[in-house]
Design a protein around this ligand. Structure first.
Ligand code: SF4
Ligand code: MG
Length: 332
């Protein structure tokens, strides 16, 4: 199967000044199959939004490759790029900031269709906008209202309708629920899941914790300081997390099932997230890792396939040390 998106050793560095470089995304590799939802999880500042924006082409990459549908984006001509911008759409974190307050709902959702000239007339565009409003669970009569007239959840639905206006095949959702009340977060996730199934969308879903991402993602990648540290099916990530950072993230989620609660110990990470400007040598997680060893400062752990389809970057599970990994997160 040709992945819809394949990124290899992707890097996005920002030059702070002559001597300092912020390595926002450092050597990230992953592929996403058509129809799949891939979740990216990590604390703020881990580079997950930069990863999404670099894939979208909103930032120029510093290194590595991006392939879309088997084609290297660097080798695309202007026409192919324009089409790529149509087929790849983004949903933003903040539905307050991402919608122009002076535009009506009709103008906001119709704009991409105007730019890409996908409708023959203004009337056809209006009909398409009405249909999109319905698809995202909003009233068709909202056309002439302004963003401030809506709740956060409704605004995010408008953002989703806008992202769907060009019939995209790939959606990057950058923390689409983080700015919303907890009570509406699940509704928006369910809407995205439903739209994804109906339209056969492929999705990169970016989240700052592991609480909702499980319900929407087929696979999940965990990022820390610009690095992908673990990647596996979402089921497996919750059942058998290998990387100490993933284990810490999971231990922070309350589990309603008392049987599981008993086995899972809360791991409190020491210290703060280090700056990505001067990341720790060796393993980027070593300053906070409860299992840190001498080698961790000297050598960057490789991102290896520890078991089928399950990747982790940690010296504890280099294949020869396999015995060390068994359920460290559970009490003996
Ligand atoms: Fe912890 Fe070392 Fe593994 Fe990094 S490589 S996660 S510091 S044990
Ligand atoms: Mg972000």
């Amino acid at each position: 199967n040709v992945p819809l998106l394949k990124i290899s050793q992707l890097k996005k560095y920002f030059e702070i000044d002559r001597s300092q470089v912020l390595k926002a995304v450092d050597d990230v590799s992953l592929s996403i199959q058509p129809g799949e939802t891939f979740g990216i999880v990590g604390e703020s500042g881990c580079g997950k939004s930069t990863l999404g924006r670099t894939i979208m082409g909103l930032y120029d990459k510093t290194g590595g490759e991006i392939e879309y549908n088997g084609q290297n984006v660097d080798q695309m001509n202007a026409d192919q790029r324009f089409r790529l911008h149509r087929t790849m759409q983004m949903i933003f974190q903040d539905p307050y900031a991402s919608l122009n307050p002076r535009s009506t709902v009709l103008e906001i959702i119709a704009e991409p269709m105007e730019i890409h000239k996908t409708c023959k007339s203004a009337r056809e565009r209006k009909e398409k906008v009405e249909q999109l409003l319905e698809e995202v669970g909003l009233n068709r009569n909202y056309l002439n209202r302004y963003p401030h007239e809506f709740s956060g959840g409704q605004r995010q639905r408008i953002g989703i309708a806008r992202a769907l206006a060009l019939n995209p095949e790939f959606i990057i959702a950058d923390e689409p629920i983080s700015a919303l009340d907890v009570s509406v977060q699940a509704q928006v996730v369910f809407l995205l899941k439903q739209l994804q199934l109906e339209k056969g969308l492929t999705m990169l879903f970016i989240a700052h914790d592991l609480s909702m991402v499980k319900y929407i993602s087929d696979r999940i990648g965990v990022m820390y300081l610009g690095n992908l540290v673990e990647m596996t099916s979402s089921h497996n990530l919750y059942e058998n997390p290998l990387h100490p950072y993933t284990q810490a993230l999971l231990s922070a989620i309350p589990i309603p099932d008392p049987d599981i609660e008993e086995k899972r110990e809360r791991i409190i990470l020491k210290g703060e997230l280090p700056s990505p400007i001067n990341p720790p040598s060796g393993c980027v997680f070593r300053t906070r890792c409860p299992f840190v060893m001498d080698i961790c400062a000297k050598k960057r752990p490789e991102f290896v396939e520890v078991e089928k389809g399950h990747y982790s970057a940690c010296h504890l599970h280099a294949p020869k040390n396999e015995r060390v990994i068994v359920h460290m997160h559970k009490r003996a």
